[in-house]
Design a protein around this ligand. Sequence first.
Ligand code: 13P
Ligand code: SF4
Length: 345
Amino acid sequence: MTFDEMYSDMSDKLKNLVPEIEIKYKAELAYKIHQLKLERNALILGHNYMEPALYYSIPDFVGDSLELARKSAKTDKDIIIFCGVKFMAETAKILNPDKKVLLPSLEAECSLASSITVEDVRALKKKYPGVPVVTYINTYAEIKAESDICCTSGNAAHIIESLKADEIIFIPDEYLARNVARETNKKIIFPANGDNNIDDSHMIKYDLIGWKGRCEVHEKFTVEDIKNVRDQYPHAAILSHPECSPEVVEASDFSGSTSAMIKYVGETDAQNYLLLTECSMGDNIVAANPHKKMISLCSVRCQHMNRITLEDTYNSLVYDQYEIQIPEMILQKAYKAVNNMMEMV
Ligand code: 13P
Ligand code: SF4
């Protein structure tokens, strides 16, 4: 690809979203990254939440957590640059222990991943011995290492149903777990977090044992937001990520992973769309579908995803930063949980 090809491609996609002067600057940077990527035999993966100028320039692949984990598992490149958050880069490292995996910003964390500790998981396993542990991919490697299998927003219900276990520990996202419980017709308790006392849980009939971690972005959307938007735009299609509360998911027209939402917008013909998820994704959809009208609630942003910029990605390639390191013992155990998921779907 030449600079002119990259610039004209970015201009085509971004002209209605980004001023021309900014596209020029970003295209110059993106082209430098592209050349370095080739020189260093690197693969760049970009999550659906990346800002449009990054999303539409440097990644070899874009997608949701599951799709990007799959792409990382198939690469023969020497280096993987993960334009996403730390748990995603860690998952790529778990699947590629011998490759260098770089995350462009150390600040790209995740409130769900920080919501649970190894001690918390061990306490749950002690309380419910022998009960399989399903862990959302939005967790750090040491939590995956304590788990039997991982899941993503795109396959959680399928994995919970496929296990055919009487009881399952499903951590750490309270809302994802409640949404999956509703979808699969299972009863969930949260014994370690208060609403069901840990000592009384044997009195209650339940199928899933959850943890009250939350996504700091998706927990902010409310049924009131949906009502307000429906009052103003009666024909809008409302889409929510399953990290939103069950009430919000129920009041929406569609709920699914970030890629499932992109697909839904592409395949339907509503007058307007409201995406209850990180705001950049709406911009990325409009860039590819200029005739679709998005309504955005952009006061709610993922501060972690937004840490990843073209500038940091360039520095990442120049200075080899920041390399994902996972102790060997944790890596091997986490690999089993991630690989069990990859084999199941
Ligand atoms: P997806 O797997 O649906 O892309 O979600 C990742 C995420 O962090 C959503 O907040
Ligand atoms: Fe984590 Fe929420 Fe940000 Fe996704 S949107 S990375 S779950 S904090």
